[in-house]
Design a protein around this ligand. Structure first.
Ligand SMILES: CC(C)(COP(=O)(O)OP(=O)(O)OC[C@H]1O[C@@H](n2cnc3c(N)ncnc32)[C@H](O)[C@@H]1OP(=O)(O)O)[C@@H](O)C(=O)NCCC(=O)NCCS
Length: 184
């Protein structure tokens, strides 16, 4: 069964929330430990759609198996900046779905005018670090003992990608292979 990469939509809110819940409950990669209630997930998607933020889902047989989003910072002087989040259900990892989602989402965010995309990743999260580095994200700083949970303290890395430094070929998406890195 093919995996489709498609923009966020409210009809997939429940499925998105379930995927988020599975990854959150792994208690390893995300800052939260479970997904918010469905109503909060629906409100988030509504904001994505209303504000023109970027969110894409990987969909298999009508079910969300992964997501990626970039949320624009609305503070004065920060509206060129977005914050990236991503997750794939465990059984679907290692199949280039994360790479496809990240490419589609970052290309969309740049096309909408963002010029800097930030994220924070736990230092031990080797797959995510490799994914971000592959797409040109640069580590800008380390937060020592950023999270202490279940008796284990972990550092996290702050990473960012500037539009001016992004390799366009990596962000050519399936629906728009050449044009999505051009200025709006
Ligand atoms: C990080 C994550 C999104 C990667 O998605 P994925 O679909 O498994 O990754 P892909 O198959 O698209 O791989 C793309 C690149 O990521 C890196 N990567 C993926 N899995 C990896 C692994 N197990 N070890 C090392 N690098 C890995 C590689 O650079 C890979 O490129 P390559 O295939 O050319 O080597 C996924 O592992 C995940 O959802 N993890 C849990 C949630 C999470 O960590 N979110 C990020 C929080 S900051």
């Amino acid at each position: 069964m093919d995996i489709l990469i498609q923009p966020a939509s409210l009809d997939l809110a429940d499925s998105f929330r379930q995927a988020l819940d599975v990854v959150a409950r792994e208690h390893r990669y995300l800052i939260f430990q479970e997904a918010p209630p469905l109503e909060s997930a629906r409100n988030f998607i509504s904001k994505v759609l209303a504000k023109g933020w970027s969110q894409f889902y990987a969909v298999r047989d009508g079910q969300v198996v992964g997501w990626c989003d970039v949320v624009r910072d609305e503070h004065p002087g920060r509206t060129h900046v977005g914050r990236l989040g991503i997750g794939i259900l465990p059984e679907f990892r290692g199949q280039q779905i994360g790479a496809r989602l990240l490419a589609a989402t970052v290309a969309d965010a740049f096309q909408k005018g963002l010029t800097r995309i930030e994220l924070e990743v736990f230092a031990a999260n080797a797959p995510a670090l490799a994914l971000y580095r592959k797409f040109g994200f640069v580590a800008e700083g380390r937060k020592r003992q950023a999270r202490c949970l279940d008796g284990i303290c972990e550092d996290s890395l702050c990473m960012a990608l500037l539009k001016s430094e992004a390799p366009p070929s990596l962000f050519a998406t399936e629906s728009n292979p050449t044009e999505n890195m051009e200025s709006p």
